[in-house]
Design a protein around this ligand. Structure first.
Ligand SMILES: [Ca+2]
Ligand SMILES: [Ca+2]
Length: 306
């Protein structure tokens, strides 16, 4: 029986682990106690930010009045270890709506693991020593018009109604990375800043934050070639990586699949130790590599391209 590998791929399975709806009994939210902090959990009662996504509460830059000048407002929460599975992407999604002075007043989202240095999601300043190995965003989708927006890295200006945003945080995929992660906790914080000019605008409203882990390649069938250790090294791929196979395998067919389950490279009759992965051939993201021997036994490993 011959099956093509691509036909058995199922990608992008979301496994929500927890949610923050801002009604009772959700994940604890920490609103930083600085005097200028204006985040409030409550019922929005402003002109544009006039209602939560899930009733009655959301978190908002003041429930009643326009946001003030010179605010630096932060709230954070912790994602616990069950959402941080090795080899998976942690994801966070949320509903939001905003109205600010374009560019000068804006939001930002940051993450870190344990007590490390905060890393801004979408900021070009790279690397983030205590941030994810790779961050990717879905484009914002407007719930009202189905338009796509690109406010993700710096929500500013006026949203077209409610937006759905989702961010994928890829942590280290293998323990041979120079950064090995301790999966104790990951924190996320939302920041809102305003400058010294009064705007009379509503600010930022967020609701229905959901987080969990995202599994790729869940439909892959394997009949492991035992005993065989297979890994891409170094991983993540930053320049050129090789395939390590122990003990050395006979020539095999090697296939590489992208996150959507598409076969993007396939070579037959190749010795694993001769297989090279060049950074320049791949878009940043997570990939599955599958080797298959002449007896039809197969084995997979994953690698991340930065
Ligand atoms: Ca709510
Ligand atoms: Ca302003």
């Amino acid at each position: 029986m011959v099956m093509t590998s691509a036909s058995i791929m199922v990608s992008g399975q979301y496994h929500p682990q927890d949610s923050i709806l801002f009604e009772a009994g959700t994940v604890p939210i920490y609103i930083y106690p600085e005097p200028t902090n204006i985040w409030q959990v409550g019922t929005p009662q402003k002109t544009y930010l006039n209602s939560a996504w899930s009733q009655p509460k959301g978190i908002i830059t003041e429930t009643l009045v326009p946001y003030p000048v010179n605010t630096y407002s932060v709230f954070s929460f912790v994602i616990d270890s069950k959402s941080l599975k090795q080899d998976y992407a942690t994801y966070i999604s949320f509903m939001h709506k905003f109205d600010t002075d374009s560019i000068v007043d804006y939001g930002a989202i940051e993450t870190r693991y344990n007590d490390g240095i905060w890393c801004q999601l979408g900021n070009e300043s790279w690397p983030c020593p205590d941030g994810p190995t790779l961050i990717t965003w879905d484009q914002d989708s407007s719930v009202t018009s189905h338009q796509k927006h690109n406010h993700l890295t710096k929500p500013s200006g006026k949203s077209d109604g409610w937006l759905f945003s989702r961010c994928h945080l890829y942590w280290v995929v293998q323990d041979n990375s120079p950064r090995s992660i301790n999966y104790d906790s990951v924190s996320i914080r939302f920041i809102f800043r305003s400058d010294g000019t009064e705007s009379g605008k509503d600010g930022w409203l967020i609701d229905n934050i959901v987080f969990g882990y995202e599994d790729y390649f869940t439909g892959v069938s394997e009949t492991p070639i035992n005993p065989l250790a297979l890994k891409v090294f170094p991983n993540p791929v930053t320049d050129q990586s090789i395939l390590r196979c122990n003990p050395p395998a006979q020539p095999v067919t090697i296939s590489v699949f992208d996150r959507a389950g598409r076969s993007i490279r396939k070579e037959a009759g190749v010795k694993p130790e001769n297989f090279k992965i060049d950074r320049q051939d791949f878009a940043p993201g997570l990939y599955l590599l599958k080797i298959e021997d002449r007896q039809g036994k197969s084995q997979t490993t994953r690698f991340l391209v930065q």
